[in-house]
Design a protein around this ligand. Structure first.
Ligand SMILES: Nc1ncnc2c1ncn2[C@@H]1O[C@H](COP(=O)(O)OP(=O)(O)OP(=O)(O)O)[C@@H](O)[C@H]1O
Ligand SMILES: [Mg+2]
Length: 397
């Protein structure tokens, strides 16, 4: 025999005030392998349950003092894992229904058939095992759900923590980028300003060395020119750095374009440059600082006019799609050498002996401020086209 087979089939308590029935039932069940406890009254029965914790109670309905129904309710309330089968007299089916409602798992009519009783006990014990297992599974499920909820909370807290760390890191990166740009700008600026300063120092030396009046005036003139140059470099630098206060208003880009073109008339005439404007669609107003939008045009026009020989063509195209106002400025200049393309938007990058290399960096800064885009759409020996896109106030994309 294995240990498993030695295990009792179940622990059963029989509660009946008729000693004969009690003993008889006990013998039958013991013979079938159950571990049996007995009690002659409901009170004794409750005490036995408390002590022995049987899986099943066979409980007589008709008992003095505490009746079977009261005992049944008490057992079910205090020991939900103890199942109950009731003994009732024949002809009391209505009572049986009431007992089932009160929590009995089954009922057996007296006098009973031994085999029938054992079968009922078996099936109630099986039902009990399944139900208890279900209950255990449900509570395990609850436990797991609570654990998952805990994990989720922890995960959320960690995500929150990481996001904050990321936010801090981002601020640090932005700051260090700003510092890097500042360093870069200072280096470029120092270079730009040192040249005119050297010239000024040289002219002063010459003046000091004793010159006649007209030469002296000539050098003073040159010094003033160099001072102007430093002043213009500083002016451009201030434009390049973000202006703290924008004058935001409703801006009609096509109007600013026309006004800027008009302002360029003398230079255009002087170089006999033809202007071809192509206003495909008049875009709706955008919210912007008009001076900044003007500066986009000015700096692009200045570059184009500068690189073109006489009789060139300055093309300006204005259009709109679902997301952007599209602006194109083209010229018939010599084009940008491909090796310079990665650098043209860098502050102080210039191939122009009188330029400071800030024009396009200002344009880039402004375009970025409005979350727009700028690119060299085309550049070859027939000319260059810059494309600028500024987001619409109510984009449809
Ligand atoms: N339309 C163009 N055609 C050819 N090259 C261009 C054109 N626009 C810009 N570039 C090139 O890009 C460089 C940088 O332009 P950017 O406007 O930033 O500076 P700059 O014109 O040299 O000086 P600044 O604008 O400060 O007077 C120019 O020196 C030139 O080499
Ligand atoms: Mg320029």
């Amino acid at each position: 025999m294995t240990t498993l087979e030695k295990q009792p089939r179940g622990r059963v308590l029989i509660v009946d005030d008729e000693k004969v029935i009690l003993d008889l039932t006990a013998i039958i069940l013991k013979n079938r392998g159950y571990q049996v406890f007995t009690a002659l009254s409901a009170q004794d029965g409750l005490a036995a349950i408390e002590k022995e914790r049987p899986e099943l109670v066979l409980l007589d309905y008709m008992m003095p003092n505490m009746d079977g129904l009261t005992a049944l309710k008490e057992i079910r309330r205090r020991y939900p894992e103890t199942y109950v089968i009731m003994f009732t007299g024949k002809g009391s089916e209505e009572i049986a229904v009431e007992l089932m409602k009160a929590g009995a798992s089954d009922y057996i009519l007296k006098p009973f058939n031994n085999q029938d009783m054992v079968e009922r006990i078996e099936s109630v014990l099986k039902l009990r095992a399944v139900e208890l297992q279900n209950r255990a599974l449900l509570s395990e499920r609850e436990r797991l759900l609570a654990e998952i909820a805990d994990w989720n909370r922890e995960l959320e807290a960690r995500v929150q923590e990481k996001s904050e760390a990321l936010g801090r890191a981002q601020v640090e990166i932005v700051q260090s980028e700003k510092l890097a740009t500042l360093g870069y700008l200072s280096a470029g600026m120092a270079h730009e300003i040192r040249n005119p300063l050297n010239s000024i120092a040289l002219f002063v030396q010459l003046i000091k060395s004793g010159l006649d009046e007209s030469e002296r005036l000539d050098y003073v003139e040159k010094i003033l020119k160099e001072v102007d140059r430093i002043d213009s470099i500083l002016g451009k630098l201030l434009d390049a750095s973000k202006r703290p206060r924008f004058e935001i208003s409703e801006v009609q880009v096509d109007r600013i374009l026309q006004n800027t073109l008009e302002a360029f008339t003398p230079q255009l005439k002087q170089k006999r440059i033809k202007v071809v404007t192509d206003l495909r669609r008049i875009p709706p107003a955008i919210k912007a600082d008009p001076l900044e939008i003007e500066q986009i045009f000015t700096n692009l026009f200045l570059n184009s006019i500068h690189v073109m020989a006489e009789d060139g063509t300055l093309g300006v195209q204005l259009d709109q799609d679902d997301c952007y106002i599209n602006l194109k400025v083209s010229d018939t200049g010599p084009g940008i050498p491909p090796e310079n393309l990665p650098n043209i938007f860098d502050p102080f990058f210039t191939t122009n002996s009188r330029g400071t290399g800030l024009g396009l960096s200002v344009v880039l800064r402004i375009v970025k401020t409005y979350k727009g885009k700028i690119e060299v759409e085309k550049s070859d020996s027939s000319g260059t086209t810059f494309s600028v896109r500024l987001p619409l106030v109510t984009p449809k994309c």
